[in-house]
Design a protein around this ligand. Structure first.
Ligand SMILES: [Zn+2]
Length: 213
């Protein structure tokens, strides 16, 4: 569902451009709103969410999909935790559909899907691991990496129940906006993948903005 936002970037608390292959790692307080903006289009933002007070509670795609009765995320979706609690609500979405089934790219899946020589290529899992290593203050470890959302990524489910990574439906300037319903840790890998069309074979920057409400 396409839904625009009236929030003005000039009134945001914080703005950060995240380069292709880089990460965003911060706490968003309950009631605050943040936007992920696809600056140049066709870019996937692989995102993890944790309860800042207890990171063993995290975003769960199974709980989210079951409760909303829809495989795709868009405006109106409530993102739920592994304890079934609402963590965030998607307030606005100018892209229309976001994937939460495809998982994130990793060295291992790159070798299985593409070629053994792809093993050393930069992946979202590498970016998350680097973020966790560089920021021990968030209290996350390797085993906390779990279900993620691929904002702006187009992963249609076929009639036979298969998944395909398709060319993106996002474009320059499209965004998604979420309200935190608890204090959440947000960890985004701005996907460096070059082997499938999730980034149009050309990873580009995103921008994250936050507002007090
Ligand atoms: Zn990726």
């Amino acid at each position: 569902m396409i839904k625009h936002s009236e929030r003005q970037p000039e009134l945001s608390l914080h703005r950060q451009v995240v380069g292709a292959g880089d990460y965003y790692f911060d706490v968003i307080r309950a009631g605050q709103v943040f936007r992920i903006l696809d600056l140049e289009g066709n870019q996937a933002a692989d995102t993890l969410f944790y309860n800042a007070a207890d990171p063993s509670e995290h975003y769960s795609f199974t709980d989210t999909i079951r409760e909303q009765g829809n495989l795709y995320l868009t405006a109106g979706s409530v993102l739920r935790s592994n304890e079934g609690r609402p963590m965030l609500e998607m307030l606005a979405d100018t892209c229309g559909r976001h994937d939460t089934l495809g998982g994130a790219c990793a060295s291992e899946s790159n070798t299985v899907r593409y070629d053994l020589e792809k093993r050393c290529m930069h992946s979202c899992r590498d970016s998350w691991m680097l973020a966790i290593a560089e920021h021990p203050e968030f209290g996350l470890g390797k085993t906390d990496i779990t279900h993620n959302i691929n904002f702006f990524m187009n992963v249609p489910v076929t009639a036979a129940g298969g998944l395909t990574f398709e060319d993106g439906i996002s474009a320059a300037g499209k965004y998604v906006e979420l309200k935190a319903l608890m204090d959440v840790i947000v960890l985004i890998s701005n996907c460096p993948q070059l082997n499938n069309p999730c980034n149009g074979y050309n990873p580009t920057p995103i921008e994250v903005m936050t507002w007090e409400k």
